[in-house]
Design a protein around this ligand. Structure first.
Ligand code: PMP
Length: 432
């Protein structure tokens, strides 16, 4: 065990899971690559869990942050006018597609979801909320309640009363073999049943990830969210789209993930990539919902001048370079390459994703069962070959990858080559 790992184990909680049998210390980065303490370079296909959205050491972001720090004003609090915050809010409100949108900034995705739930429960005068099975929205007291993924749910003592809906979990026996249309009809039937029999006080909102991130990049079929929205609209139930992983063009085919489903939500929450590493999150919501309660702000620190300088520079970079189109181009190249490989490699049970957000599911070829040990092997092999990926999913058998949106075509091909080679190696080992 390295000295640094021993020190980590001694003073940090043991539930802070580290990747790799020998965890790495990242000490530098440039473009879409990072370098570890031993000097080894990695193509980063996890990007700080989708946080370094435009890569590392980006001059535009560094200079914007340095300019802000040079003013001497690092933060003066939300009781004064903060120009950078207002500019950022204007851009996000415009991009959101939500009518009459207003924005509140936080420091993280968890706080963003906490704020959205607070706004929704206040507006609807109900503590009942709908969420999706296998979801992840954070682990604060409100966010943990709407997190359906049990392995992340260390407390059930939440103020919210939550009912979980079906979405990306169509592998369950009761749904097997169903067409999309039949599956959606079954899910809508379930929603109506929940509303009629379980929701005692009228439901405040549904919160959902357009693609379930921590859940292993699983997706509800096209049409499901639109069908849910129709039912919700009948009762005035609000739709909150958690865009912490899917926002800012990452899915390639839309700027916000939920727009892939043709749904205009009442609120969206965001974080991670917006600051390209600087702490920022927030909620964009219909103005009447945002203005409803008095003094709802969860923090005076969210959207501080340094974070908004980074976020403004990052968002401008994404828009100026049309990185959404790049996500579609490079992501499609990789996903198609992975599908081709999967067709000849029985250890790959599934390839899924949209744009630069894609996953492979490793399975035991003999039984089709989820194979977390093979996912762990994949992590070690790709680390060795110089590529960072993430492990996840309900069974720990999914490999999640989400490179910076700045990924070049050459880097996409290089990364695909490393991934396919690792999958071929595992396939040969397992089927030998
Ligand atoms: N929502 C989603 C969809 C997430 O993936 C995450 C983090 N993985 C969060 C919320 C929580 O965000 P944060 O870690 O910034 O608090």
């Amino acid at each position: 065990m390295s000295d640094l790992l021993a020190r980590h184990r001694a003073v940090m909680p043991n539930w802070l899971a580290l990747n790799y049998s020998e965890p790495i210390e990242i000490v530098g980065g440039k473009g879409n690559r990072v370098v570890d303490a031993s000097g080894k370079t990695y193509l980063d296909f996890f990007a700080g869990i989708l946080t370094n959205m435009i890569g590392y050491d980006v001059p535009e972001v560094r200079e914007a942050v340095e300019r802000q720090i040079a003013t001497g004003v690092v933060h003066t609090s939300t009781v004064y006018l903060l120009r950078g915050q207002i500019e950022l809010a204007e851009k996000i409100a415009r991009l959101s597609g939500i009518p009459d949108a207003k924005v509140f900034f936080t420091n993280s995705g968890t706080e963003a979801n906490e704020t959205a739930l607070l706004l929704a429960t206040y507006a609807r005068k109900s503590d009942e909320v709908l969420a999706m099975r296998q979801s992840y929205h954070g682990r604060s007291f409100g966010a943990i309640a709407v997190t359906g993924n049990r392995s992340w749910k260390n407390s059930s003592l939440s103020p919210l009363n939550v009912h979980f809906l079906h979405g990306a979990d169509r592998h369950l026996a009761q749904f097997r073999g169903m067409s999309d249309a039949d599956y959606i009809a079954a899910c809508v039937d379930d929603l109506r049943h929940v509303l009629a029999t379980e929701a005692a006080k009228g439901v405040a909102a549904l919160i959902a990830e357009p693609i379930q991130g921590v859940g292993g990049f699983t997706m509800a079929p096209d049409g499901l969210f639109a069908a849910y929205k129709e039912v919700l609209d009948e009762e005035g139930i609000l739709f909150i789209s958690d865009e912490v992983q899917t926002g800012w063009g990452r899915t390639g085919s839309a700027f916000f993930g939920i727009q892939n489903h043709g749904v205009t939500p009442d609120m969206m929450t965001f974080a991670k990539g917006l600051g390209n590493g600087f702490a920022i999150g927030g909620v964009v919501a219909r103005g009447d919902l945002m203005d409803g309660p008095h003094a709802v702000g969860l923090s005076t620190f969210g959207g501080n001048p340094v974070a908004t300088a980074a976020a403004n520079a990052t968002l401008d970079y994404v828009l100026d370079h049309d990185l959404q189109a790049n996500a579609l181009r490079t992501g499609t190249l990789i996903i198609e390459g992975l599908k081709e490989a999967a067709a000849r490699l029985p250890v790959v049970g599934d390839v899924r994703g949209k744009g630069l957000m894609f996953a492979v599911e490793l399975v035991d070829p003999a039984t089709g069962a989820h194979a977390p040990a093979l996912a762990a092997r994949f992590m070690e092999l790709t680390k060795e070959a110089g590529l960072l990926a993430g492990k996840g999913g309900l069974y720990g058998s999914a490999i999640r990858m989400a490179p910076p949106l700045t990924l070049t075509g050459d880097e996409a091909r290089e990364g695909l080559g490393i991934i396919v080679h690792a999958l071929e190696t595992i396939n040969a080992e397992v089927t030998a």
